[in-house]
Design a binder for this molecule. Structure first.
Ligand code: ZN
Length: 797
């Protein structure tokens, strides 16, 4: 009997707004109003609430003693709670419209923006204790500072929106709605966002999509016959017209524009008043979350308990940042090496000075037998010696310190065309399939050393059928131009770019030119940029930066330069692929793990989402912007613990509390993890160290699916048919196990923040009139067309 609960309801009738319902077994269970059809809050609207019991026998100050009294008393409390819940639900429905307060059109506009474009009549907002701050101005800074800060933040969000739309990458629909409202002309010309018809859970597929399909089946568009040319580092396509060649002008951001935007952003993050404004907002968000948890923890838990079948173990999780060459743990690799040595000792695996060498001979040359091999000898695990030593960490990729073993076992491009690597990846994939609920986005390398790399990689995947429904590929491009240049493999940076992108343009132009690559690309999500970010680099990237064909010295181009050219070529490629009806790619670089914070500015402008983002803890302006733009960040605290930041100093719990879109990922299980399920190990350690609740963990898992590049149908199957919708309408607790309360809290908080920012931006420069007596009733109308950039402070000019 949950009498304790009933008791507490009796003592504090309105502190717990949960319904108390008797189920069949006679047990009393707390339920959220939303889940109870017959007792929905609305059904009790207007119901009379008798204050006295009709059959009161005990004195009013006594606890009821007789059964009839007890039942009546319970029903009375229940009726009172229902009425209370109905009132709250009513106020919540009008909350979106009325909260903005203030006066006139400014606030009507702000209120309108809080609502999505489409009506959601059947969505019932969950009932919970909302944390709200009353008053006109809740930012705690002078109005002038607020307006200035808003102006910068809106400008930054607008920039990101432009970069994302141009490259066919996604941008938060909520934030986009607010940004769109800034410019009436743009709003009129803007193509409306894709709307997904609301599907009912009952019509939803119960079997996973793509199950019995040939994984390599894909559309075959007609060859286009365009001429492809690399001009100033970005590919341009030409069509044969009547008057000769005509360029296809796919829109793209120029280097000069990018440098200008980047400099504006860099000035912004250094602006004192803006820094303190963002810092205050972030502190507010942390505190608000703490209060939310304090008030609603029990409710969240109760609604998770009320969901049959679903718990943390059987919700979908995606490892959103993991490298293929280190996706197995050390024990797995050891077992695999031993097994291969036992069964395929006489297979020729490599060439030594031109002569073939068998696997047995390789081990004999190292004076080793299967019996000698141990995990300790393998020595691939990161330890205290790798902290702040990325060079030592990189060396850990070589089993037993031998680059030859890495070549034989962990490369796609070797004497056997990556046969062993394919085998071990397939083993990892079948482990994932067995676990059913875990998925991974593995990074495969393209180095840009030669144009044939893509063809070899695709051949590897198709020949050994390296594929799984639980796996998608990302292509990681190490920033190694300086190494190639100093080894005289290439002359300038243009060749590096050409090696990476030319094959992709060619195969999009004519899929038959390389069928294997064409098929392989349908399983590729996007590009990652990898290397040690803490390596010293020339931070200056100004308007007279050299073009890639002129970049012929041995100095490595800075991070911002690499990322721009990846973005620009990807943008043109995406336009081309879209036109051909093929899948497009996204940019998901390693960003903000170490090194200069300016890398995070590049990530903000160019990337759909990033890995690590640790340095956001040092830049409040960017952290707040990553929040407002809802940019997903794949964090790997165990990896950071071995390389750059001790576990207990990791900002993940703080970021999560503030509402940044965080996921948990493993990075390199070979170096950091001990168990067969590295992703679960990552969740488990985070949960223990930071005392994450089940709701937090499920939220992280849901984020990971949303961030991932798995197909739309798969995400629908995993998260529910309406997952693209905003707020509670997009959540299906029976699939995600995330309570609607948490989703609603996040959604309303984001709307509040955006409303604050855009309200201040919209409002006239004179103080906002208050509703108090004697105040001016009509503020000046909206000035939609006011210039966005208002650079008042000398430091920003
Ligand atoms: Zn990584």
């Amino acid at each position: 009997m949950a009498t304790g609960f009933v008791g507490s309801t009796k003592n504090f009738p309105f502190s717990f707004d949960m319904d108390v319902e008797d189920d069949e077994a006679g047990r009393t269970t707390p339920h959220l109003n939303k889940r109870i059809g017959s007792e929905s809050p609305t059904s009790a609207v207007g119901a009379e609430t008798p204050r006295e019991l009709p059959n009161e026998l005990s004195a009013p100050y006594e606890v009821p003693q007789f059964p009839i009294e007890q039942i009546e008393k319970k029903l009375l409390i229940q009726r009172q709670l229902n009425v209370k819940a109905a009132e709250c639900a009513q106020s919540v429905r009008s909350y979106a419209g009325s909260e903005a307060g203030g006066a006139g059109a400014v606030f009507d506009e702000a209120a309108r923006l809080r609502l999505p474009d489409e009506d959601e009549p059947d969505v019932v907002l969950p009932h919970f204790q909302r944390v709200a701050i009353s008053g006109e101005d809740t930012s705690g800074v002078p109005l002038e500072d607020l307006q200035q800060a808003s102006s910068y933040l809106v400008q930054a969000l607008e920039m990101r929106k432009r970069y994302m739309e141009m490259s066919h990458q996604s941008f938060s629909t909520i934030t986009a709605r607010f940004v769109r409202s800034m410019d009436a002309d743009a709003a009129a010309n803007h193509t409306p966002p894709v709307k997904y018809a609301k599907s009912h859970i009952a019509d939803h597929i119960v079997h996973p999509p793509f199950k019995d399909k040939d994984p390599w089946e894909c559309p075959m568009p007609e060859p286009k016959g365009y001429t492809i040319r690399l001009e100033r580092g970005v590919f341009t396509l030409y069509k044969q017209g009547e008057a000769g060649e005509e360029p296809l002008n796919y829109p793209c951001i120029t280097l000069a524009q990018y440098i200008q935007d980047k400099n504006t952003m860099c000035n912004m993050i250094a602006d004192g008043p803006l820094k303190s404004f963002c810092y205050r907002r972030l502190s507010y968000l942390s505190s608000k979350f703490q209060l939310h948890v304090l008030l609603n923890e029990l409710r969240e838990l109760a609604s998770q308990k009320a969901v049959p079948h679903r718990d943390f173990y059987n919700i979908r999780k995606v490892d959103t940042h993991i490298h293929a060459a280190s996706c197995m743990n050390q024990k797995h690799l050891l077992r695999f090496i031993k097994k291969t040595l036992k069964n395929h000792a006489d297979e020729v695996v490599t060439l030594h000075k031109g002569t073939p060498m068998t696997l047995k001979a390789v081990f004999q040359s190292m004076n080793l037998s299967t019996y000698d091999l141990t995990v300790d000898m393998l020595d691939v695990h990161a330890d205290r010696n790798t902290f702040h030593r990325f060079d030592k960490f990189n060396a850990k990729y070589n089993p037993i310190g031998e680059s030859r073993l890495r070549e034989v076992f962990l490369k796609t491009d070797n004497y056997m065309n990556g046969k062993y690597f394919a085998r071990i990846i397939n083993e990892v994939a079948s482990d994932l399939e067995e676990s059913k609920y875990q998925n991974a986005e593995l990074r495969l390398s393209i180095y840009g050393k030669s144009p044939s790399e893509w063809a070899k990689l695709a051949k590897w995947a198709i020949q050994y059928n390296v594929h799984s429904d639980n796996v998608r590929w990302l292509i990681q491009i190490p920033r190694l131009y300086d190494i190639f240049k100093s080894n005289k493999i290439m002359n300038n940076f243009k060749e590096f770019l050409s090696n990476i992108f030319q094959p992709l343009f060619e195969v999009t132009n004519d899929p038959n030119s390389n069928l294997e690559l064409h098929k392989f690309l349908t399983h590729v999500i996007g590009f990652d940029s990898v290397d040690d970010e803490s390596k010293p680099e020339n931070p200056m990237l100004d308007a007279d930066a050299k073009a890639p064909e002129e970049w012929d010295d041995e100095e490595n181009p800075p991070y911002a330069y690499y990322l721009y050219y990846m973005y620009a070529n990807m943008t043109v490629l995406n336009h081309f692929r879209k036109e051909q009806g093929l899948n497009t790619f996204v940019l998901r670089p390693h960003c903000g793990e170490a090194g200069p914070v300016q890398h995070l500015v590049c990530g903000f402008l160019l990337a759909e989402n990033i890995s690590h983002g640790l340095l956001l803890r040092k830049v409040p302006v960017l952290q707040y912007l990553y929040y407002l733009a809802q940019i997903y960040i794949a964090m790997s605290p165990l990896s950071n613990n071995s390389l750059f930041l001790n576990y207990h100093r990791n900002p993940l719990p703080e970021f999560l509390a503030r509402g940044l879109c965080i996921t948990l990922s493993t990075d390199d299980p070979l170096q950091f993890h001990f168990t067969k399920e590295p992703l679960m190990e990552e969740y488990s350690i985070a949960a223990q160290v930071w005392k994450l609740s089940s709701c937090d963990m499920c939220e992280l898992a849901r984020n990971s699916v949303l961030m991932s590049g798995f197909p739309h149908e798969m995400k629908q199957y995993w998260l529910g048919p309406n997952y693209m919708k905003e707020g509670v309408a997009g959540n299906d607790i029976t699939r995600t196990n995330v309570p609607d309360i948490r989703i609603s809290f996040r959604h309303e908080t984001l709307l509040d923040e955006l409303t604050n920012i855009f309200k201040a931006k919209f409002s006239p420069s004179t103080p906002v009139p208050t509703r108090r007596a004697g105040a001016s009733p009509t503020p000046p109308p909206f000035n939609y067309k006011a210039p966005i950039v208002v650079l008042k402070r000398p430091s920003l000019v």
